[in-house]
Design a protein around this ligand. Sequence first.
Ligand SMILES: [Zn+2]
Length: 80
Amino acid sequence: MSDIVLPVVGSSEAGGRPVLGFTCYPELRPFSTGDGDVNLVCGGCGFILVAGSTGTAQRPSMLIRCPSCGRYNDPVPQTA
Ligand SMILES: [Zn+2]
């Protein structure tokens, strides 16, 4: 299992882009859990946003708002 720390984007950069997030959180837990070997981790606080991703195929194209710290994470893979 490896962790991928997502880059955090500011609210101005997030403007206009769809955001995956809930307005209320009954509990802090990953948005989705799969059987892959990659965790997508919040770049702001280290919270696991997506557990068990199998890679880029399962990454959402929208921003992910961290339920723990409220920052916007960009899951789009960066070209190294
Ligand atoms: Zn966070």
